[in-house]
Write a protein that binds this ligand. Structure first.
Ligand code: BTN
Length: 249
């Protein structure tokens, strides 16, 4: 592990450290925040991860050729942090000429394949949270068994912006959005909804196998669905994954 200070175009709110290789930027930052070596505004970026983590304890493949970043935010933003991060990533990719969409709750897609995953974890002290973002950049770094469902930025553009530019733009956009909270909540949710692939579609709830109609997103980012028997219910992001019936991978 060889941490060096990141030379990014970051606003003064962020302090970045780059690792050549780390088990997981989320795990490392969570540990360092708990032990007082990092705090709100700390950003860890790794060239590769040996134990990248996804939602529900899954692993997240993190070979060299992707962007793996985690940052610490104040807990006031925690409830909306995944949604805010998804909007920040999506707006960043739009700015760089890509056409991203969001699969509720935290996957960013390009042409229906996953290009980015987001994992928000509470530090557990009621004050801070860590948000991790993994972006596939080089498609030839994606393991073969994932090539049907995942893609890299370089499949869509020959000249992908430098990693440091992408990281800076995501962080600065996240900060601009979160600075508008709590008043800006409706605006963030409304942007998020405009990027979603599932609204107005039938989806399968992976944990139960049920088919439901994705009707709306509430003010916390939860998905409001209608079951086949007409019952309305709310799916919370921490517990549920969905798959679009037709085209989602
Ligand atoms: C998911 O798709 O379930 C979420 C994936 C989140 C991956 C990122 S990569 C940077 C940070 N470190 C991790 O171990 N996970 C997140």
């Amino acid at each position: 592990m060889n941490p060096i200070l990141l030379k990014l175009k970051l606003s003064k709110d962020w302090k970045g450290v780059l690792f050549k290789s780390v088990d997981s930027t989320n795990t490392k930052l969570l540990c360092d925040v708990k032990e007082g070596r990092a705090d709100v505004g700390s950003v860890y970026v790794a060239e590769r991860q040996t134990g990248g983590r996804g939602r529900f304890g899954r692993s997240f493949e993190s070979p060299k050729g992707g962007i793996y970043m985690s940052f610490c935010v104040g807990d006031a933003e925690y409830e909306l942090s995944t949604v805010t991060a998804a909007v920040a990533v999506t707006e960043t990719l739009l700015k760089f000429g890509f056409s991203p969409r969001v699969k509720w709750v935290n996957d960013v897609l390009l042409e229906n394949k996953k290009v980015c995953g987001i994992l928000a974890q509470s530090v557990g002290d009621g004050k801070r949270a860590v948000i991790g973002i993994g972006i596939n950049v080089k498609s030839d770094a994606i393991p073969k068994e994932l090539s049907e469902i995942a893609c890299g930025l370089d499949s869509f553009q020959k000249a992908v912006p430098q990693d440091s530019l992408i990281v800076s733009e995501i962080l600065n956009t996240y900060k601009e959005l979160s600075d508008t909270l709590p008043e800006g909540r409706k605006n963030i949710i409304s942007k998020y909804k405009s990027f979603l692939t599932v609204l107005g579609e039938k989806v399968t709830v992976l944990q139960t196998g049920e088919t439901v109609f994705a009707a709306d997103v509430d003010d916390t980012g939860a998905l409001m669905v209608i079951k086949e028997n007409g019952e309305k219910t709310r799916l919370s992001s921490g517990e549920i994954s969905i798959r679009k019936i037709t085209t989602d991978k």
